[in-house]
Design a binder for this molecule. Sequence first.
Ligand code: SF4
Length: 470
Amino acid sequence: MDLFGNPQKRDAISPFVQLLWEKGSLYEAEVIDNLSLPFLNLRGESGAEREALTYDAMRRREPLIYAGRIASGDLLGDPDLLRLEDGGYVAGDIKSGTGEEDDGSGPKLKKHYGVQIALYTDILERLGFAGQRRPFIWDSLGDEVIYNLNTPIGKRDPVTLWTVYQDALALAQQIVAGSGNTVGAYGSKCKLCHWRSACVEDLEKIDDLTLLPDLGRARRDAIAQHIPTVSALAKTNINRLIGGAGSPFPGVGTNTLKTLHERAQLATNPSPKPYRKTTILLPKASTELFFDIEVDPMRDICYLHGFVERHNNDPKTEKFVSFFVEDISTAEEERVLTEALQYIQSKQPCVLYFYSKYERTWYRNLQERYPSVCSETDIETLFDPLRAVDLYYDVVRKYTEWPTRDFSIKTLANYLGFNWRDTDPSGAASIEWFHRWIETGDMSIKQRILDYNEDDCIATRVLLDGINAL
Ligand code: SF4
């Protein structure tokens, strides 16, 4: 899209993305300012000059070069670091994120970091300056994480990062040459992308399958050769397609295929209505708490616990209760956690409603951080399904269908007629506001965050009422 999309159709860069860039640059500057090793600093030189100075520096065997530039053929790289090791150079990059990721199956190297530093390694090899294929990341924890490009990615995955890089490079070269046909895929990543409007317009024109909730790029690519559009999927005789042999599409199970078929039928229905697939039994109590937290992942702090409470289903009893930090200290994070827990306790018996696992995961984290505030058992009791309901995983995804593109709380509450007061309501935006509030102390920004959080809590209530009405 950056090469071939119509620049007039670009959306503005989101303030949250700008904040990420800003924080990334600040972190890099901080690491370099605190570096005790001697190094050659090429930051500030222009592109061509920087490239020539980098080659000169490598020829005279500078031990560490910061902000160099290297190029070969159609490849260009701006490695943060070039370090002399065993007679050759290895590249490194400074990241304001962690050097590894963990999806629950143990720490793994990040492919997107790997591809970036493999590109630098490739250029160094083509130029004849390379050391071993072991570039590195200096990460947000202050660790150096080595990316051994020649070892398999995982225990069960024999592919190496070098192969991943080569495949990515071949695809990128094909796209740049105009010989590959690229097509977007609607997904959660699109929300922060500056091509969102243009892509959605294109996807709507071709009635792309990714416009169905949860379908995504991988499933679309598996299905699209046989069933290219939402309308075609809606018209497919799904039982005949599945037959006795199960789903014909790799990676798309029989039940998933049936669900996607139902969603396609709903999406193409001229007067679509959401529906439930079975009886939904929810815990009952006269007091209900609709709960939402705000977290700043960059500062690793949970800064706001918000609740809308309602009694006897009566909208007139509804009120917003919040616990907001005064600063970013751990003492403040602990204080608001303590007060939020006391508040929930004071409302017992009640049912707690929230949307997705985020609140529970963060409460478990906070309990580990502040074990004197509450025990593990307290948290598990708080989130016991008999009194706490994750409306997203335990209700919406399992038992309901909606004629929408996704099942985010924003999409579903909007569908039910609820509008946020803010013109740009999103978790990402609220993080950006929080940063600005910390920097300026501007109370209007704090109020904006509180209003946004209150609206998220009300949206959860609107959704519960919408589900009960199905
Ligand atoms: S598909 Fe989504 S992430 Fe990809 S370019 Fe389009 S809007 Fe951006």
